[in-house]
Design a protein around this ligand. Structure first.
Ligand code: FAD
Ligand code: SIN
Length: 541
């Protein structure tokens, strides 16, 4: 052995053990070095499971339809501690047309859902938009509206009550369905679907506190082959030190993937700030959480309409906590059932115009003074007459219990408001035309058949515009395939092994989503995605 070789051996015999000890110390103390070995889950069946990411309505609908279509198993991964997402908060209902619950005698057969949706989409479907892009968007809207009646049937057959129909802004006739009981529509639909899924036994598994961090792809084809996720409630086994800082377990799961992770309305300082910095300071109805869109982009998906963010005109300002950023929604059905909006006691807008228009009219009014910490709010009153209060009684009871609505006698209202109510009653009676163009008055009955005595009770509360929904998201097609091509680009480039549904997808709603069409898109495209992914799972070994 040469002297040089001997020296190298001595150096290595000292350096390697020291490095090993140092590394073990670092793993025991510094989270960065605690990268646990990933677990690769093994399935009982040879066929892979369908993997659904995000347990809101889109994820639940996709899971159910994948199992119905024969998928060997479904693994539904949810970042939060329970299923539901924003879907469980939905309060006005789900659109469908034509359905047996709509009033055909009064309104005729509903044939205008497609055209209402196109009109609401605004500039994104104007005649100046290139033909291939128009076609792409119109195909999505046709799928949504043509399958809406069967989406309602599907839910009703599962056991959801959707027998009450109301009209929301931008619709030409009532087509938004909810139940007659106390449970709001989002909660009713989510819990029913979840219960039906649990009846599927071992084939269905909901894994909560499981955050998908990456889509696994085949480097040669770009096809999605599964997901990597962090099991937040499971600690990776430390090979070295029992006292080490716990690290969530990393897991690889293989199979076709349906992405249903919702929108980015709650990602205030992330995607919302990136795409709509001008909306800073507006409160939100969405739970604060980061958008998962970058995970799709990293797998090649294109995004569209990311700047189209819906401002809902009516979030409740809680008198006990007026500066709260996360607010309760004053459901649009309150206006649909007859509620009106007032600024300084006077009406100022057709309350059933699209959300985009109503919000923009409000935001052109002077802002209120309570803008603590950059919060931007307006001082608008929502007022329901006894007819509207009665028809929305379950919602009203909840909002009153929360202190968001109060009951007042007409005689207790200020002079301007009392005069407005009187004039509006004359419009509802058909004696005058509404100066703002409102044509449907819901169930308003105050002053309809006689004098207003002043003893009648109205419900009144303060509302303000609020970030509510993100129209943009991953480009997808009517087969719910997520695309690596831009909207309208031909040929389309579906990413093999990847589907999407719900608020994560973009291209349907354009500038403005119609109320009630989000729950609908979750069901329609969730069902399509589930069927398509099941087919793929069945052919794979
Ligand atoms: P969500 O229901 O938001 O579910 C997405 C889930 O994915 C979440 O649980 C989230 O934790 C999970 N997730 C996200 N990222 C990851 C990840 N990386 N790994 C694992 N899990 C992840 N629409 C209507 O049509 N009618 C209504 O009446 C109505 N009312 C509404 C009332 C309120 C207060 C709100 C906020 C919204 C309302 N909407 C309504 C809109 C509608 O509820 C939502 O747009 C829709 O339900 C979104 O469903 P989703 O399944 O796409 O997403
Ligand atoms: C609402 O209840 O006003 C929300 C309905 C929706 O977002 O579709």
């Amino acid at each position: 052995m040469t002297k040089r070789r001997a020296l190298i051996l001595v150096f290595l015999s000292i350096f390697i053990p020291i490095t090993a000890v140092l590394y073990q110390r670092l793993r025991a103390t510094v989270p960065l070095f605690q990268k646990a070995a990933p677990i690769v889950t093994k399935m009982a069946s040879e066929k892979p499971p369908v993997i659904v990411v995000g347990a809101g309505l889109a994820g639940l609908a996709a899971s159910y339809s994948a199992l119905e279509a024969g998928a060997p198993a479904v693994r539904l991964l949810e970042r939060g501690p329970k299923a539901g997402g924003n879907s469980i908060k939905a309060s006005s209902g789900i659109n469908g047309a034509p359905t047996k619950y709509q009033n055909v005698e009064l309104y005729g057969l509903d044939t205008s859902f497609f055209s209402d949706t196109v009109v609401s989409a605004g500039t994104k479907l104007s005649t100046s938009v290139a033909q291939p892009i128009r076609e792409h968007r119109e195909k999505l809207i046709s799928t949504l509206t043509n399958r809406s009646a069967s989406a309602i049937d599907f839910l009703v057959e599962l056991g959801v009550d959707l027998s009450v129909v109301t009209m929301l802004g931008g619709h030409s006739i009532p087509r938004t369905h909810r139940g007659s009981g106390k449970t709001p529509p989002g909660a009713a639909i989510v819990t029913t679907l979840l219960n039906r899924l649990k009846e599927k036994g071992d084939r269905f598994q909901l894994l909560t506190e499981s955050e998908v961090t990456k889509l696994l792809t085949d480097p040669n084809t770009g096809a999605v082959t599964g997901v990597e996720y962090r099991a937040l409630n499971k600690v990776a086994e430390s090979e070295t030190d029992a006292d080490a800082t716990p690290v969530p377990q990393r897991v690889f799961l293989h199979g076709p993937v349906i992405f249903t992770t919702g929108g980015f309305g709650g990602d205030t300082h992330g995607l919302l700030q990136k795409y709509r910095p001008d909306l800073a300071g507006l409160p939100s109805t969405n739970d604060p959480r980061p958008g998962s869109h970058p995970i799709l982009s990293a797998a090649g998906a294109k995004l569209v309409d990311m700047e189209s963010v819906q401002i809902h005109p009516t979030g409740f300002v809680d008198p006990k906590d007026p500066n709260a950023r996360l607010k309760f929604l004053a459901a649009e059905m309150l206006r649909g059932e007859g509620g009106i909006l007032l600024f300084n006691g006077q009406r100022f807008v057709n309350e059933l115009d699209t959300r985009e228009k109503v919000s923009s009219v409000i935001m052109n009014l002077p802002q209120s003074a309570d803008d603590e910490g950059g919060l931007r709010q307006w001082d608008i009153q929502i007022l329901l007459d006894p007819g509207a209060c009665a028809r929305a009684e379950n919602h009203v009871a909840f909002y009153m219990w929360k202190g968001l609505l109060q009951k007042k006698k007409v005689s207790e209202l200020d002079d301007v408001t009392r005069q407005t109510v009187k004039e509006y009653a004359a419009v509802v009676r058909g004696e005058a035309k509404d100066e703002f163009g409102r044509l449907n008055f819901g169930h308003w009955n105050l002053g309809i058949s006689g004098e207003i005595t002043g003893d009648e009770e109205v419900c009144i509360g303060r509302v303000t515009p609020i970030v509510h929904f993100t129209m943009g998201g991953a480009v997808f097609n009517e087969r719910a395939q997520i695309l690596a091509s831009d909207i309208g680009e031909t040929p389309e480039k579906p990413i093999p092994g990847l589907w999407g549904a719900g608020e994560i997808t973009g291209g349907i709603h354009g500038d403005n989503r119609l109320g009630g069409s989000s729950l609908l898109e979750c069901v329609v495209f969730g069902r399509i995605a589930g069927e398509e992914a099941a087919k793929t799972a069945l052919v794979k070994e």
